[in-house]
Structure formats: structure tokens, C-alpha cells
Design a protein around this ligand. Structure first.
Ligand SMILES: Nc1nc2c(ncn2[C@@H]2O[C@H](COP(=O)(O)OP(=O)(O)OP(=O)(O)O)[C@@H](O)[C@H]2O)c(=O)[nH]1
Ligand SMILES: [Mg+2]
Length: 715
């Protein structure tokens, strides 16, 4: 296949002659799975709504074309209920997008098509991707795609995103539409049978080349099919819309610069859409149209006895029901059985008693799974390192400076990261991905709602908090799902206090390993009490009140093997590529600095805090600073130091020092990457305030424990 489009040089980093596609649809329909399949990038995927919080762009070259693909946050409508909806709407009609792939969840056609109907009103070139067809097939439900294409007069394709089925056909269809179809008004109603996605290749090959010159103006030249038969409301509403369109068209020159079709503007005016009304604030004449729309709205509401949104949505749903009746064919009653199994699990995990038991079990399970596997592999790696070290020491001598620097520092750092961190982090990410993809998280949010209200947020916060056990960085970014700024700010603080996988590695490697379960639980109890306390204080001091939990619960799903392994690998890769080299370099640097005794001045400066206040060994000062970079460094550097001194960690630190050190590491400051993400989500001021607050809390508690211990033993 080679239909090469002449590419102009990059302009502002973007190819001028490329196809720009936006993936739009309801939350949790599979947009990001499609995006990742196409671009090879790693957008968050999971079975809960609202994961994609920011527009993400990726690209690929396919069949000689350059595609810019944009993954949009999931939205339920393109009204002005939320900022995301306004931003998405403006983006969809802008010149930045050539065509939309509307991703639709096949198992939820009714609600998804509601959004499709709104998109259709924008009259942008569009392909409908009916995703999750595997689930539908399992339920023995058929969709008549030919009928769907006949109805929508646009390409409608079946997709199973998680298997990659049908994903590239979407692009083939996009090429068709972008380069060929809009110049051969092929889809304008007359010959629907030819519009299916079968057997396009031959005419793409033939026609693509000579149509290239019309390329850049796809959106303007695309003749949107006449969909008046499905995009029509009842007679009264339609009459009013037509009247408004007439008025709008009289000022066509002014309105056309906004890219919105007149009919869309008319509908939105009727719906009293604040953003659209702003467009009409130009002069007296345009303002009159708003008044007219207000007038019509009142009349319609009086006539129907309902508000305008209900009137319009019920008209849309009427049309959707008729379509569904035509295209959905249920082949077997087996569906009922399947649903009841999902329902049973659903019922159990949201049960007022068993739900909490399961939640506790899940959280305990995360740790048990991680640390059983981690300890097993970690022990093995440690053994290998010890054996290898003996061989190296025998050959070159233990006190050889080069052995110290490169073997103890470099190779020791590598093995430390591998056996001390990576073996825990990978299972951790794996289980978090399984949890995400199964659909459990919204249930946990529902269960925790009442408890979370006590600390100023609703249950949804538990989602970033659970994700925070894996890594605080994406978790803090995920706090965008909170509805209000107040809740977002509180959620970010609470999430940044969750002990992430790296912190857990430190805590398990010191307290867990040397002091046992009781002290481990003690540390957790303090950590979670701090979270509760901070939440309560913020709830009392921040202006505003907590909103109620509104969250869609999608059906449970068997986690997809491809999705979870890929996501786990992508997250682990981050660690391998970023942390591993850093650890090796720092390991070598540490050995050199130790040889030169260059750490001493910094440690001495920090000693009033580390030694006097916290009662820690003086060497921990520099390690705590390193820990801001990545928390696991504190443990690895400690272990390296101990091994370079020929000691075990228990000989380097007393039990009480381990407890204080771990507590401080758990609480003292979010790591650097988390601070940056918090600043991006809120402001630098807030990020620094959080850091300062957490340092103070950590030092306060660490000092208190140290002095209580002294007091206790002097008694
Ligand atoms: N069985 C099945 N599951 C799918 C398919 N496509 C996506 N999923 C699952 O659907 C869930 C949602 O997928 P995402 O790609 O994260 O959805 P999204 O539309 O990007 O969601 P938001 O970013 O929250 O708007 C995940 O659990 C996926 O594993 C599919 O074709 N079949
Ligand atoms: Mg997404």
C-alpha cells in the first residue's frame, strides 16, 4: 500500500498536510485504548469514568498518511455543564480537527447515541466506532451495521479496541473520508449500500492521488449528509428552531466565523446555553435573536409543561429508541444470566457490611500480593549479588577503591534497585491495573463516600487515593475528576500523603523486615491518622462545602490481559529507564563522596534536625535530601552505606531510629515529580504550601516519637 501524500515541511512542529482526528465520546467507552493502540502511547486505561483529564495528542504514519490523533476527555454532552464539555466542543469545531471518531460503547447504546446526536448537530465529518463488540457478542446480541450506516449516512464500524480489532480500519475509513469521499458526495444519501467499509482498497488506490490538491479543506468541503429524518424534534420545537435559523442566517457572515452550524446555534439558544449566548452579544440585532429564543423557550415550556432540556432530550431519546429497535437484535436470553452474575458481584462489593470486608481484604491483598512476590524475588537477587560480590572481593580485594566505587556503588546500586525496589514495584503496578480495569474502584468510592465526607471530600477521592498506593504522580493528576476546586485541592493533599510503592519499599525494607508486623501497622496507623487529621482541618478551614457523589458505575469486567500487562510494563518502564540509571550514578557518587568524606559538611548542617531532633544517625541527612528526588533512594543509599561499612541495616540503625526514619520518609514531602504535578494542577504556591506542611508534620511526629522514646526509657 503506498498512497503517499506529499508532506509539506513541518510547521510549528506539526505537519501541515496530515489528517487530524479527535476521539470523542462518553467516559469509559474505550477512547484511550484506541488511542494507545494507534499511537503506542500510554494513556491511563481503566474501568471507571474520567481517567483522561487532559487532551492528549499522539501521531502515527499509516498507509502513507500522517495522522495526528487526539484523545479527548470523556463527556456526556456538549452543553455547558462542565469546562471539559465547553473545551471539547470548541475543539471539535475548530480548524485543528479534520474529523471526529465518535467512540460508542456498544453495551450502552442508548446513552452513547445521545452524545452522538449532539455531535451530529455540529456537522463535522464523523466516523462512528462501535466499541466493545466482544461483550455484545458474548451476550449474543447482534447489531445491524448496514442499517446503522443507512440511518446515519456515515461510516459505522465495529471495534474491539482491547484486541485491536477494527482500529486501523477506522483510519482507512478516515483516509477515505478525508481524501476521497468529500469530493464525491458519496455519502449524501443516495447510495447507502456502497458506503459500508468493505472492499474500499481498490478505489482508494485509484482515487487518492488525484484528489490530493483538495486536501487541506476537508472540513469546509465536506458535505454533511442530510440527517433531517433522525435529527428532528417534534413539530413545535422544529418550527421554533426554523424561525431562529432564519434570523441567524440573516447575519450569516458574522456567525460563520464561529464554525457552529446555524441549527446548532438555534438549539443551544433555545437551551439557554451561556457560552453560545456570548456569541450573540455582538450588537442589538444579534441580541434580539437571544430575546426571541427566550420567548420561544417560554412558550415551549408552557406548552409541554416541562423545562426545555427535558423536552429536547426526550425528543432525542425518542429518535434513539426507534433506531435501537431497528438495529439491535437479541439472539438469546443468555444475557439475563450473565448480567445477574455481574450484578451479584456488584451487590456483594457494595453491601453495607460485606462491601467493607471486601475493601479491607482488597487493600490487604494489594500488600500481601506485592510483598510475597517481592520478598521471594528480592531474596533471590540478593543471594546472587552476595555470591557475585564474594567472587569480586576474592579477585580484587574488598578494600580496593575501584571495587568500592564501581562494584559496591554502581553494581550494588543496580542490584539494590532490582532486588529492593523493582521486584515490589512491578507486582504493585500489576495489581493496581487489575483493580482499575475490573471496575472495582467506583464501588470503593461508593463505600467510602460517608467516611470521606468527614474529611471534606466525597467518595470519589478514594480512587486517586487507591491509585496513590502505586504512584502519587498519576494519582494527583487524577484528582482532576473532582467536581470543585475545593475538593480537588483537598484530594491532592490527601493523595500526596498516601504511601506510594516507593515509600512502601522503604518501610517494608526497614521496619517490615527487621521489626515485624506490629510496628508496620503502627506506622500505617500514624500515616492514616495524619491523613484523617489533615482532611478534617482542611475541611474546617477551606471555604465552601462538600458536594455529593455523582459517579457512573460501569458493569464489572474481566480485566483485559493485554491492557493490564501493557500498562504495567509502561509504568515499570518509567522506573527502569528513569530511576535505575539515576540509582547507579548516585551509588557511584555516594561511594566517591564517602571516600572523600564530602558528605560530612551537609550532614553536620542538618544534624540539629536529624541527630538532635529526630535522633537519627548523622548520615541520614543527605539521604533524606536524596529522597525528595525519589523516596526509594533513601533505602537504597542506606543499604549501600551499610554494605560499604560491612554492616547490616540493623547494625547501622537502632529499631527506634528505623521507625522514626520510615515515618519521616512516609510523610516529609511529596517526591519532586509529585510536587511538579501538584503545581500543574493547582499552583506553585499551593504545591510549596503542601510541601512545607508535610515537612512540618513529619518533623513534629518524628521528634515526638523520638522524645517519647527517650522519656520512656529514662523512666
Ligand atoms: N471487553 C472490552 N473492554 C474494553 C474495550 N475497549 C475498552 N475496554 C475497557 O473499557 C474500559 C475503559 O477504557 P478507556 O480506554 O480507559 O476508556 P476512555 O473512553 O478513555 O475513558 P475516559 O478516559 O474515562 O473517558 C477499560 O477497562 C478497558 O479495558 C473492548 O473493546 N472490549
Ligand atoms: Mg481515556
Amino acid at each position: 500500500m503506498s498512497c503517499h501524500l506529499p508532506k509539506k515541511p513541518k510547521k510549528n512542529g506539526k505537519y501541515k498536510d496530515s489528517i487530524n482526528i479527535a476521539l470523542a465520546g462518553n467516559p469509559n467507552v474505550g477512547k484511550s485504548v484506541i488511542f494507545n493502540q494507534l499511537t503506542g502511547l500510554s494513556q491511563t486505561i481503566g474501568n471507571w469514568p474520567g481517567k483522561t483529564v487532559e487532551r492528549m495528542e499522539g501521531y502515527l504514519d499509516f498507509l502513507g498518511y500522517h495522522f495526528n490523533i487526539v484523545d479527548l476527555p470523556g463527556i456526556y454532552s456538549i452543553s455547558t455543564y462542565s469546562l471539559e464539555e465547553i473545551v471539547s466542543r470548541e475543539y471539535i469545531v475548530s480548524d485543528e480537527v479534520d474529523l471526529i471518531i465518535n467512540v460508542i460503547d456498544a453495551t450502552n447504546l442508548e446513552r452513547n447515541l445521545f452524545f452522538t446526536f449532539q455531535l451530529l448537530e455540529l456537522k463535522v465529518p464523523m466516523i462512528l466506532a462501535i466499541n466493545q463488540m466482544d461483550i455484545l457478542r458474548k451476550r449474543k446480541i447482534d447489531l445491524d451495521f448496514e442499517e446503522l450506516e443507512r440511518i446515519f449516512k456515515l461510516p459505522v464500524l465495529p471495534v474491539v479496541a482491547v484486541h485491536g480489532t477494527g482500529v486501523h480500519q477506522l483510519l482507512e475509513e478516515a483516509i477515505e473520508m478525508a481524501v476521497y469521499r468529500h469530493t464525491h458526495s458519496h455519502f449524501n444519501g443516495s447510495e447507502p449500500e456502497e458506503c459500508t467499509h468493505h472492499g474500499h482498497d481498490h478505489y482508494r488506490e485509484e482515487h487518492v492521488h488525484d484528489k490530493v490538491e483538495t486536501w487541506p479543506s476537508l472540513k469546509k468541503e465536506f458535505e454533511f449528509p442530510d440527517l433531517s429524518s433522525i435529527l428532528s424534534f417534534g413539530k413545535e420545537v422544529e418550527t421554533k428552531i426554523k424561525e431562529l435559523i432564519k434570523e441567524i442566517n440573516q447575519n450569516n457572515e458574522y456567525f460563520s466565523s464561529f464554525h457552529y452550524p446555524s441549527r446548532f446555534l438555534a438549539i443551544k439558544l433555545l437551551e439557554d446555553d451561556e457560552e453560545i449566548k456570548k456569541i450573540f452579544d455582538e450588537d442589538n440585532e444579534t441580541r434580539k435573536i437571544v430575546e426571541l429564543a427566550n420567548n420561544y423557550r417560554k412558550k415551549l415550556e408552557d406548552y409541554h409543561g416541562e423545562d426545555i432540556h427535558t423536552i429536547i432530550s426526550s425528543e432525542i431519546y425518542n429518535n434513539i429508541h426507534q433506531i435501537i429497535e431497528k438495529v439491535v437484535h437479541i439472539k438469546s436470553k443468555e444475557k439475563i444470566k450473565k448480567i445477574s452474575l455481574a450484578d451479584k458481584i456488584d451487590h456483594l462489593t457494595t453491601h453495607s457490611f460485606w462491601g467493607y470486608v471486601i475493601l479491607a481484604f482488597v487493600i490487604f491483598g494489594i500488600y500481601a500480593f506485592t510483598f510475597i512476590i517481592g520478598d521471594l524475588l528480592g531474596g533471590l537477587i540478593e543471594l546472587i549479588y552476595e555470591d557475585l560480590s564474594l567472587m569480586v572481593y576474592d579477585a580484587y580485594g574488598e578494600n580496593n577503591i575501584w571495587v568500592k566505587i564501581f562494584w559496591n556503588g554502581g553494581v550494588g546500586g543496580f542490584f539494590g534497585a532490582l532486588g529492593g525496589v523493582l521486584v515490589y514495584v512491578i507486582p504493585f503496578f500489576l495489581i493496581i491495573e487489575i483493580l482499575q480495569d475490573s471496575g472495582y474502584l467506583p464501588r470503593a468510592a461508593f463505600l467510602m463516600d460517608r467516611i470521606m465526607h468527614a474529611i471534606g471530600v466525597h467518595g470519589k477521592t478514594i480512587i486517586p487515593m487507591i491509585l496513590g498506593f502505586g504512584c502519587n504522580v498519576p494519582a494527583c493528576a487524577g484528582c482532576r475528576i473532582m467536581e470543585t476546586e475545593r475538593e480537588k485541592k483537598i484530594s491532592i493533599v490527601l493523595t500526596s500523603l498516601i504511601p506510594c510503592a516507593a515509600v512502601m519499599v522503604v518501610v517494608m525494607g526497614l521496619v517490615g523486615r527487621y521489626l515485624g508486623l506490629f510496628w508496620l501497622l503502627f506506622l500505617f496507623a500514624i500515616n492514616f491518622s495524619v491523613i484523617l487529621l489533615v482532611g478534617r482541618v482542611l475541611n474546617k478551614t477551606m471555604p465552601g462545602v462538600c458536594t455529593e457523589l455523582i459517579m457512573e458505575m460501569h458493569e464489572y469486567r474481566v480485566p483485559n490481559y493485554n491492557v493490564i500487562t501493557k500498562q504495567t510494563w509502561l509504568r515499570s518502564k518509567e522506573f527502569i529507564y528513569k530511576a535505575l540509571p539515576l540509582i547507579i550514578v548516585l551509588g557511584i557518587t555516594l561511594e566517591i563522596l564517602l571516600e572523600l568524606r564530602a558528605l560530612d559538611p551537609i550532614n553536620i548542617i542538618l544534624s540539629p534536625i536529624t541527630v538532635f531532633w529526630l535522633g537519627l544517625p548523622i548520615v541520614t541527612g543527605v539521604f533524606l535530601i536524596y529522597g525528595i528526588l525519589r523516596k526509594e533512594l533513601t533505602l537504597i543509599l542506606l543499604a549501600l552505606l551499610a554494605s560499604s561499612m560491612g554492616l547490616t541495616l540493623l547494625e547501622l540503625m537502632t529499631p527506634i531510629q528505623m521507625i522514626v526514619f520510615c515515618l519521616v520518609t512516609m510523610l516529609y514531602i511529596p517526591c519532586f515529580a509529585t510536587i511538579i504535578i501538584i503545581a500543574k494542577q493547582t499552583s506553585w504556591k499551593y504545591a510549596l504550601q503542601i510541601s512545607f506542611m508535610e515537612i512540618s508534620v513529619a518533623l513534629l511526629i518524628g521528634g515526638l516519637i523520638h522524645f517519647s522514646y527517650i522519656f520512656f526509657i529514662t523512666l
